[in-house]
Design a protein around this ligand. Structure first.
Ligand code: 2BA
Length: 108
């Protein structure tokens, strides 16, 4: 069994969760914050049998879109060596996905 942990844009979250639920997957949705932008994003957890990992990845990919964002490089953002006044453009997402091995899964 695997635990899929996917960090996605808040604006895509409902589409991703609905897409997974429609296909019968159990999903847990967490409100999270990116360390770099300090902006809200959404992390979803999906526990699945190994052979279903690619299907879940496909659904997440289908509903996650990348975005470009111009960000100021102030003191809060860890961009060592850059002028504080120089804005920079970053590409966010679609989704950042980790697939973890699960030792045990039990409903107690
Ligand atoms: P943030 O940390 O807020 O990062 C937002 C976007 O800023 C990133 O998009 C990337 O394009 C850029 N970025 C992040 N760190 C940077 C840096 N040190 N220098 C320049 N640009 C930087 P994504 O890569 O798509 O990441 C989206 C969100 O996924 C991240 O939000 C973070 O919450 C999470 N994430 C990405 N990689 C991760 C990792 N290896 N471990 C844990 N969380 C991760």
């Amino acid at each position: 069994m695997k635990m899929i942990l996917a960090i996605i844009n808040q604006d895509d979250a409902n589409m991703v969760v609905n897409g997974l639920m429609k296909e019968g997957y159990s999903v847990t949705k967490l409100s999270t914050t990116g360390g770099f932008l300090r902006a809200g994003n959404t992390t979803i957890l999906v526990g699945v049998d190994d052979e279903k990992v690619q299907k879940v990845m496909n659904i997440i990919h289908k509903h996650s879109h990348s975005r470009r964002q111009v960000v100021p490089t102030g003191n809060d953002i860890g961009t060592a060596g850059m002028s504080p006044s120089m804005p920079m453009e970053v590409t966010i997402g679609g989704a950042t996905v980790f697939v973890l091995n699960v030792d045990q899964f039990q409903r107690l």
